[in-house]
Design a protein around this ligand. Structure first.
Ligand SMILES: *Cc1c(COP(=O)(O)O)cnc(C)c1O
Length: 427
């Protein structure tokens, strides 16, 4: 595989940007080698600056569920750009997108748009604290909720890949009210509630974890988590930034039959433009400024181009077949499992709808600890074998792959054939 141009650009990028990137995982630290510089994308394909073509199973880490440059979405964005870029004033697009989000999450009365998932979650922390008058928050080991201080502890993927527990520059005081429970382990939640119950404002969770690799929690765990939080007056904040609109036109909370007190969104709802959102019933949301005393604002929040992109994406998703999407996820899972067996490699594959990834370990992966047992060196080899075979997957063992929902049968078969070849290369 020829990567000369990518290598040259990386050397140049490192001189003016930290590590040559604007988000750490892009530096390929955990798989070694030089990161790919991408030139363009169309449908499920991307082309790097050396002219190599790949099927893209990253989808920009989630937003591009419809693949690249979807014609309807492109059209909507171009029409928005023609008018202007931003006004710092209200537009029709914001109303339409918020109404569509409410169709998908019927228990949500009101939504506030922000610019990233990180911003959605940090706003949700403030709101939960204001609503309950309590300060402590609980998160689960291995879940990632963006890079805000209070939640940057035991936070999965980027940090997991780097092998560091938190982040420098986060004062101890900023995380002193953050408690850590074990994913999929209701007893660990009960123990924390027993000790701190009346001080806990909210529990934050990825309803299906994607930031320690894919981990689907047990139904009983989610049901009990909902019941126990309600019982103790603790808000349940479900972070659907990754899972929203991924396995159905709605969230993973629907899959488990539970309702969040506050839902955080991002990724898909912007369709590739920078958007995040948080929403809840009116009683909670009305505490946010200008109605209430919880201040939260943004120069570019509800940006008209981003709204147009998100709106066109969600409208397209309403026409998509989510049952087939889950079938595709299962096809890839089976393919990974069978190829691994064929070439004598031990993997455990977890899948939820269009989210899937192989852990290079034979043990079941149900939480952070079991995910950590994966053979990351073997994963690195696999990553490059996949690239050689024209498949672009996240350069980390602990990131979910994101399949495009509109892949054709023919394209799916191509992916499967290439997966088998990659296993053959490392087997
Ligand atoms: C990606 C992600 C975030 C952060 O979103 P950004 O837009 O990257 O700030 C938060 N929570 C979850 C579950 C995510 O997957």
């Amino acid at each position: 595989m020829k990567l000369e141009q990518s290598k040259r650009l990386f050397e140049r990028a490192k001189k003016s940007m930290v590590g040559g990137v604007n988000s750490p995982v892009r530096a390929f630290n955990s798989v070694g080698g030089s990161p790919l510089f991408i030139d363009k994308g169309e449908g499920i394909y991307i082309t790097d600056v050396d002219g190599n073509e790949y099927i893209d199973l990253i989808g920009s880490y989630g937003p591009l569920i419809l693949g690249h440059a979807h014609p309807e979405v492109s059209k909507a964005v171009k029409a928005a750009v023609e008018k202007s870029f931003t006004y710092g004033a209200s537009t029709l697009g914001e109303i339409e997108l918020s109404e569509l989000v409410k169709v998908a999450f019927p228990h949500m009365d009101k939504v506030r748009f922000v610019n990233s998932g990180t911003e959605a979650v940090l706003s949700a922390i403030r709101l939960a604290r204001a609503y309950t008058g309590r300060n402590k928050i609980v998160k689960f080991a291995g879940c990632y909720h963006g890079h805000s201080d209070a939640l940057l502890v035991a936070a999965g993927s980027g940090l997991m890949t780097l092998g560091i527990p938190g982040s420098k520059g986060v004062p101890a005081d900023a995380v002193k009210d953050t408690l850590i429970a074990n994913y999929n382990d209701i007893e660990s939640v009960k123990a924390i509630i027993e000790k701190y119950g009346k001080e806990i404002a909210a529990i934050f969770i990825e309803p299906v974890a994607g930031n320690m690799g894919v981990v689907v929690p047990e139904q009983a765990f989610m049901t009990q988590l909902r019941a126990i939080t309600k019982e103790h007056g603790i808000l349940l904040v479900i972070d659907e930034v990754m899972t929203g609109f991924r396995s159905k036109f709605g969230g993973a909370q629907d899959y488990f039959g539970i309702e969040a007190d506050i839902t955080c969104m991002g990724k898909v709802i912007g369709g590739g433009m920078p958007v995040g959102a948080y929403g809840a019933r009116a009683e909670i949301m009305d505490l946010v400024s200008p109605l209430g005393g919880v201040y939260q604002a943004g120069t570019l929040s509800g940006n008209p181009i981003a709204m147009a992109c998100g709106l066109a994406t969600l409208k397209e998703l309403q026409k998509q077949d989510y049952e087939r999407a889950d079938w595709m996820g299962k096809e890839i899972k089976t393919c990974l499992e069978e190829a691994a067996v064929k070439y004598g490699i031990e993997v455990t594959v977890n899948q939820f709808g269009l989210m899937v990834n192989p852990f290079f370990t034979k043990e079941p992966v149900t939480n952070f600890e079991t995910a950590s047992k994966s053979d990351t060196e073997l994963f690195s080899k696999f990553f490059w074998a996949m690239a050689e075979n024209g498949l672009y997957i996240p350069p980390s063992q602990f990131e979910s792959w994101f399949l495009p929902i509109n892949m054709t049968d023919q394209e799916l078969n191509k992916v499967k054939t290439r997966i088998v070849k990659a296993f053959e290369a490392i087997g």
